[in-house]
Design a protein around this ligand. Sequence first.
Ligand SMILES: [Zn+2]
Ligand SMILES: [Zn+2]
Length: 344
Amino acid sequence: MGNDDHGRRKTPCSCCMSVFKWIPVLFITAVIGWSYYAYVVQLCILGMENRVTMAVFLLFYHLTLVLFLWSYWQTIFTSVGRVPDHWRLPESEVERLFRAENQEAQKRILNNFARNLPVTNRTMNGAVRFCEKCKIIKPDRSHHCSVCNCCVLKMDHHCPWVNNCVNFYNYKYFVLFLGYALIYCLYVAFTTLNDFIQFWKNENQLSEQGQLNGTGMGRFHILFLFFIGIMFAISLVSLFGYHIYLVFMNRTTLEAFRAPIFRVGGPDKNGYNLGRYANFCEVFGDNWQYWFLPIFTSFGDGISYPIRHLEEDTETLLGYQSDTRIEMEEDFFPETRFHDTIIP
Ligand SMILES: [Zn+2]
Ligand SMILES: [Zn+2]
């Protein structure tokens, strides 16, 4: 999966960590499983007398659920991909790099190696970005993820709720996942709202009308469904809204925290901003029929991206001058700070 995972031996400790990382995903899956039982069995099958209403409720429920689960699956199981091998420094070059006497010598080694690679990003000190752990020149917008233990193309953030890095290959799926999860929660909340109100208005009358299962547990499931739906919807609406904003600005979460630094122009949060529609198409493609489906339609190869002032950076594309400096840092900043903190 990662650049550096190949040939790495699994220790019992790393196996335990792998299992531990799946806990948030299992939690979400368990909530979805329970909500299915509460909605389909308790609300619709046991709680509704009108078969037409029941069929309509179930039809829209399953449509939303399928799109939600499909997007979730794609976000979780899409590989973070690999930085191509020709971006990796050969062992001999790495040894030379670490043995270099001074920064100038290191600079020459990296500068020479990166001269034909399409990189425009730099570190804060103006150096070509190099990953000490993966031994690669970092492609533009990529970052090293300490959880995935590899450099990830167009890294957005590492999300424990999907146990995967949100990156170039699954960003569309992630945004759709948030959107469909929000629709699912709102649909469940709104279709149980009437039962919720009725319960508080007249509990006894409700039982006689047969709108709720007469048992205490059935009532509990439906009321809890409403609460959970509202709670998750409130968490998701801000996260989904934020990522829609990022899509239209052509910015990753990491870039929103700290602007990418370009060789020409320096730090620029809008460096990749090509206009709202073009930004949207870069992630969702230009065929509207696929916009709402978790099928890969993003533009590009994840390695290089159109930039706003390309004409000013022509020099970069043609070859590098000798002002590049090496700075062997893990990254601009530790990605561990950018893990999801919002519990949906
Ligand atoms: Zn790396
Ligand atoms: Zn990661």
